[in-house]
Design a protein around this ligand. Sequence first.
Ligand code: SF4
Length: 193
Amino acid sequence: TAVGEITAAQVDSLVGHMPMCMRNLHTALRKNKHLKYGGREQYSLFLKGIGLSIEEALIFWRSSFSLITDDKFNKEYRYNIRHKYALEGARKDYKPMSCQTIILGNPPGAGDAHGCPFRHFSIDNLVAGLGSMGIHDQRQLNDIKQLVGAQKYHVACTKVFEYTHPQLGDGGLKESISHPNMYFEQGFEMAKN
Ligand code: SF4
């Protein structure tokens, strides 16, 4: 990965580079000390993609699900996390989900935090999410709403990246965002330089 190995303890400090879908999952995880199935699928593969090893992933999820016992964690969640790293079951090496997979996938139901905010949030929630990323400018909000209205969700997300990385200048990103890990890696690289 662009980042190299990361530890469970570093995840909180990397949230600022994440796209809105992953920030939303991280916030829900910290708030509820739990994520439902769809959220675990989406977020754990993303974290794997940014460089969380299986050992660190087990530490991350065990400590994040702080309201349950070790016994329950081991019975209900451990296998599934190891499975993502091809250590159980069919030993398939699962790849982090692309924007298209997330946008076209199962929509979130009550209590779920997975999905793409541009596709699945109400406009009010989307505007609140954009505000939490520092986007308050009316013209920028209107541009994003217009793209969402035209169902150009990943283009709206690309705009968010550009608005929150003004050092890119007028040209913006060369390629639009098509993968949450691409969003993360581009921002992470820019912060390094
Ligand atoms: Fe996440 Fe992709 Fe949606 Fe952006 S467009 S919020 S990266 S799923």
